[in-house]
Design a protein around this ligand. Structure first.
Ligand code: SF4
Ligand code: SF4
Length: 439
């Protein structure tokens, strides 16, 4: 069914709104207090490694990884641990968090020294020591990506620089401002994992990034830059893999099952920086934009900074009614502006009443637009029917689990139906049926 589809031809033409693309990153001043939730990744939560009253430096481990599928958390400020408290994440889950009062000195932890990486084992150790996760939004621990079942079957490293969500330009800035780290990180992964080819995928709406990367790698036959059409969601992993190597990830499988490792450009660049400085992941570039932002910017923010402070730094207007972590297609609404910036955040968008208004959904007119646009070749309208009947067998047959939650079906629906939300609920019903409610 799926092999006949050209996923990259599907999707939707969404407005780009990338007016921050040409704006160099501005560093935000150090906040007075940061809060670091112990779950900033897919997998097991971290365990606090410090207690109230402890002194920490920039780069000190404050959360120990809770297993192999997990990622350590480090302080981005020097100061004193003020509390181990509970915070509510945007998804509603309550998690423990380490709150640190900054001393303003920004003293680096002397234990942060550049690692020596020579092979797969030392590369995995470096990713763990960096606390590295997928920074494009997924938050998947990078060390796990470096541990495929069969490393010899991996022939291509794909760098995801598509950045297809409207508004977000933080990856574009990573290419333009940190190309040395991007290439340093790529070279280390390529060498340590013995990967032959590198494909750097960038949407055509980032011509400067394409030109720069092309000029830097053009003499190395192992590297290629792949300009991609600007169509959402070109950056979805499975779409990108199909485009880069013309292979499909099997249902329930991982990119490694298609012989590739995919890394977001900021993730690989952060690895490159860690290899030269030894300073783990404690800062993040965010695109701050939306019609309720007075001065849209790309800002470098210490992880754990309250979103409200980032918004104030960018001149948020009084009439803000909606805040999103991430882009308008896949981002998460934030109800509490005190929520801290997380590792995997790449944008904060704030909208006023006009842009926040949600149209009233009408009845489905069976137009099929959601089917024609879905990059995974799914039939959201049939899945919605099976969901209404709580028909788990049919949901399985319709491959509901392949939905990547990209939001394209909602975007194209002329009846303004919340199609993606229904897909998420349907996935929940299917998962419950498959796991007997254990997960
Ligand atoms: S959210 Fe799911 S069903 Fe909707 S277009 Fe994306 S992959 Fe398809
Ligand atoms: S796009 Fe909307 S109206 Fe058209 S079939 Fe899908 S859900 Fe129904």
């Amino acid at each position: 069914m799926f092999s006949k589809l050209k996923r990259s031809a599907l999707g939707a033409q969404v407005p780009h709104e990338k007016k921050t693309a040409g704006l160099a990153t501005v560093a935000m001043p150090c906040p007075e207090r940061i809060v670091l939730p112990m779950q900033q990744h897919i997998g097991a939560p971290c365990t606090p490694a410090v207690k109230k009253g402890d002194t920490v430096c920039v780069g000190t481990v404050v959360g120990t990884a809770g297993g192999f599928i997990s990622a350590a958390i480090h302080s981005g400020v020097s100061g004193t641990v003020e509390a181990i408290e509970t915070v509510q994440m945007p998804n509603g889950r309550s998690v423990p968090a380490v709150a640190i009062r900054a001393d303003g000195q920004q003293t680096p932890d002397p234990a942060c020294v550049p690692p020596v990486v020579t092979d797969q084992k030392s590369l995995i150790a470096a990713a763990q020591a960096c606390g590295l996760v997928g920074l494009g939004g997924a938050g998947f621990p990078t060390a796990v990506k470096f541990s495929p079942k069969d490393l010899s079957a991996i022939d291509t490293l794909i760098i995801n620089g598509a950045e297809c969500e409207p508004y977000i330009t933080s990856d574009n800035r990573e290419f333009l401002e940190c190309s040395e780290s991007v290439l340093g990180g790529i070279a280390a992964v390529k060498k340590c994992l013995g990967i032959k080819k590198v494909v750097i995928g960038i949407e055509r709406n980032k011509p400067e990034a394409i030109d720069l990367m092309f000029s830097l790698v053009k003499n190395d036959p192992d590297y290629s830059v792949m300009p991609m059409k600007s169509r959402y969601p070109q950056g979805a992993e499975k779409v990108l893999i199909e485009k880069a190597v013309a292979r499909e990830v099997p249902r329930g499988g991982l990119p490694a099952d298609a012989g590739v490792i995919v890394m977001n450009v900021t993730t690989v660049s952060t690895l490159g920086k860690f290899l030269t400085t030894g300073m783990p992941l404690t800062k993040k570039r965010l695109t701050v934009d939306g019609d309720a932002i007075g001065e849209p910017k790309n800002v470098e923010v210490i992880i754990g900074t309250p979103i409200s402070e980032v918004l104030d730094f960018c001149g948020v207007k009084d009439d803000v009614t909606k805040i999103l972590m991430g882009g308008p297609m896949m981002g998460t609404a934030v109800s509490n502006p005190a929520t801290p910036v997380l590792k995997q955040n790449n944008a904060i968008l704030a909208f006023g009443p006009t842009m926040s208004h949600l149209p009233k959904p009408g009845p489905c007119i069976r137009c099929g637009s959601c089917i024609n646009a879905c990059p995974m070749g799914l039939s959201p309208v049939e899945i919605a029917g099976a969901f209404q009947r709580r028909d788990a067998e049919m949901l399985d047959k319709l491959m509901t689990d392949l939905c990547i939650g990209c939001g394209t079906c909602t975007f194209v629906c002329p009846a303004k139906r919340p199609v993606t939300q229904t897909m998420n609920l349907a996935k929940g019903v299917l998962q419950k049926a498959k796991t007997g409610g254990k997960k």
